[in-house]
Design a protein around this ligand. Sequence first.
Ligand SMILES: Cc1cc2nc3c(=O)[nH]c(=O)nc-3n(C[C@H](O)[C@H](O)[C@H](O)COP(=O)(O)O)c2cc1C
Length: 250
Amino acid sequence: MIFYFSATGNSRYLAQRIADGIGDDINDIAEEIKGDCRYHVEEGEKVGIVSPVYFYGVPTILSDFIGRMSFDGHPEFYLVLNFGTFPGTARDRFRTVMEENGHTLGQCFEVRMPENYVLMFDPPGREETESILNDADDEVERIIDILKSGKEESIITKNTLYRRMVSSFAYPFYRHGRGTRRFYADNKCMKCGKCVDLCPIGIIEMDGRMPSWKSSKCIRCCACINRCPHDAIQYGLSTRSRRRYKNPRV
Ligand SMILES: Cc1cc2nc3c(=O)[nH]c(=O)nc-3n(C[C@H](O)[C@H](O)[C@H](O)COP(=O)(O)O)c2cc1C
């Protein structure tokens, strides 16, 4: 059993490849969270969580899901984090959230994937994206080998003092920020309503046939901006000249 959350396809890609490699199935957290989040596991079964890193920490939809998920046995959890630049102390934050909810996190794997945080960065172009995905494929092969062999190994990057400092500075901006006031659709909007379907927490509605953000906060996943078929969703002025990203292999 593998759970994933994915706004632009990277986590989904990793989850599917790992599932294919070890003979498992994948479950979308954005769908699961609408249900009762209760699961049956065999004794000693491994349960994977595949998630993007947000602000060197845990996306709110992941902490909400971990807070609600329950099992009728004691699975062993492993975590596959993916990130665009560096993961900071995200794995430690995940471990804490798991422990606070009575779960123990075992192995961790960290995989670099193309950056999708279009509010701050320009996502990579086609060539760079392919190169990052090819490197990620090699990492996935290593992860599959480890999981199949039953070894307790992890693949993680080093937590330097700098990383710890940057992470503890940045994460509160995510926890307490995430305002939606600056999202809007520009004149390229074809009023197709795709953004309404894409929002994993369902806060976009068509208002007078234009998208409107109905909650003052969101999870900041950028699915609406990155996956709008007409590149019409913007965030203030910052996204106007930036590329959009979605995983080309999903
Ligand atoms: C709100 C937000 C915050 C992010 N923060 C980080 C970060 O702290 N470090 C990092 O390396 N990448 C960061 N990223 C990039 C994503 O973790 C990365 O592109 C990931 O592969 C996206 O996965 P997805 O396509 O499954 O949504 C962030 C992306 C978003 C949308």
